[in-house]
Design a protein around this ligand. Structure first.
Ligand code: NAD
Length: 415
């Protein structure tokens, strides 16, 4: 894990892009602070009758472009700074994908696997109740993140609507189809990453060539990447989760590995591969490394050992600024999180639009709209990258910060 706190990572990323933007320092200063952060304590009644007090946060980073948008994370290590950083990255990400949103994020410090289903429901409802006055369809729209699922979104939505006394399906996204979800939301994060990767491979003259990849973090984003990327000629040879990894240089079979993960709870011990550590997954001799778990996994301690020539950041914040610089020096391309994983929030936006209009789009429509939007974002960012001869993350921040600051300038500073 990186020694740098994730919010400091965000500040450094802003500073690295700022010299390429001709804007007033006051706007950079505003972007460096979240607008407001709500901290709540949830008294959770456990099944044995005792009460555990759980801490949670919802951070509103910036809303110049529209209501705050971002997921809710359940993890034992969640802290205020992490939630603040994730909300700031959401501001950059929503601007990158040209969505009418600002950045928000939530988190609860809990290990969800230690809770029964009933405890998980009570805790989710407690969180939704605690943040209910802080959110709404035009204020703040949460969604899934690490260890939160469509079922959790259903409990959040139901609690919010019962508190308010009306139906408001677009105040949460990532819902099951039955209560207003969108087709194409499940694999949207990995699919958006695939479109962006495809464009990068085309520009690098690698599209259509056989390529190998490893995936660190075999959850929603990571496992769907395995399922989808074969479409563009990428063979996944290694994957890991919190319990360890598996590696087979000839390739891992998706259906077989998922079946194993469902029955055993982990990809480690998969009989079709050799057991490896997460570090071995990060340092494997592949073309593409896909971090899809948590922050700071590629850092100054291990960046020089990464052999992949492309790092596709499906996770948020997996590469520290120091590692970003080392990888760049080594000639590797890091496709930054705020672009690579923006498919999730983009299809969340499509779900929000469908909920507000009462419309329902086909999966084909969702895929086409996602492809069009991310291909355009990639093209514009690639151009900035080449023009200034800078890293892709810097180019992405230049474009996104430019959009947010332009909106702030029109709005003015008031009162
Ligand atoms: P998830 O809970 O479905 O999966 C997370 C996976 O990471 C799990 O398989 C877990 O075992 C694994 N993991 C945890 N610690 C690990 C470690 N030390 N080494 C290897 N694996 C480890 O979560 P997700 O929704 O897939 O999110 C993963 C990342 O993608 C996060 O950074 C999240 O913020 C980002 N992301 C997700 C979405 C989305 O729509 N789900 C959108 C954008 C970004």
């Amino acid at each position: 894990m990186s020694k740098m706190n994730p919010y400091e990572m965000f500040l450094k990323q802003v500073d690295e892009a700022a010299p390429f933007l001709n804007v007033e320092q006051e706007f950079i200063d505003i972007l460096k602070e979240p607008k407001e952060v709500l901290e709540i304590s949830i008294p959770l009644r456990l099944d044995d009758g005792s009460v555990k007090v759980v801490k949670g946060w919802r951070s509103h980073h910036n809303n110049a472009l529209g209501p705050y948008k971002g997921g809710v994370r359940y993890h034992a290590n969640v802290c205020k700074e992490e939630v603040m950083a994730l909300s700031a990255w959401m501001s950059i990400k929503c601007a990158t994908a040209m969505l009418p949103y600002g950045g928000g994020k939530g988190g609860i410090r809990i290990a969800p696997r230690e809770l029964s289903t009933g405890e998980l429901e009570r805790m989710s409802r407690g969180f939704a109740l605690g943040i209910s006055r802080f959110m709404g369809t035009d204020i703040d729209i949460p969604a899934p993140d690490v260890y939160t699922t469509p079922q959790v979104m259903s409990w959040f939505l139901d609690t919010y609507e019962k508190v308010k006394g009306w139906s408001e399906p677009s105040c949460y996204t990532g819902k099951p189809l039955e209560i207003g979800g969108s087709l194409g939301r499940g694999d949207a994060t990995a699919r958006g990453g695939m479109y962006v990767l495809r464009e990068a491979l085309k520009d690098m003259g690698l599209f259509g060539k056989p390529l190998k990849a490893t995936i660190q973090g075999y959850g929603n984003a990571g496992s769907f990447a395995h399922a989808l990327y074969e479409e563009i000629g990428v063979t996944v040879v290694g994957a890991s989760d919190s319990k360890g990894g598996t590696y087979n240089p000839k390739g891992l079979n998706y259906a077989d590995l998922m079946k194993h993960k469902k029955t055993s709870g982990t990809v480690a011990d998969y009989p079709g591969g050799d057991k490896v550590t997460t570090d071995e997954i990060l340092q494997a001799p592949v073309d593409i490394l896909i971090p899809a778990a948590l922050e700071g996994v590629v850092n100054e301690g291990n960046a020089a050992k990464v052999k992949a020539k492309i790092v596709l950041e499906l996770a948020n914040g997996p590469t520290t600024p120091e590692a970003d610089a080392i990888l760049h020096e080594m000639g590797a391309l890091v496709i930054p999180d705020v672009l690579a994983n923006s498919g999730g929030v983009t299809v969340s936006c499509f779900e929000w639009i469908q909920g507000r209009t009462g419309d329902f789009w086909s999966e084909k429509t969702v895929h086409e709209k996602l492809d069009e939007r991310l291909t355009q974002a990639f093209t514009e960012i690639w151009k900035i990258k080449k023009e200034h001869n800078i890293r892709m993350r810097q180019a992405t921040y230049v474009r996104a910060m430019g959009r947010i600051i332009s909106a702030m300038r029109f709005r003015g500073i008031w009162p």
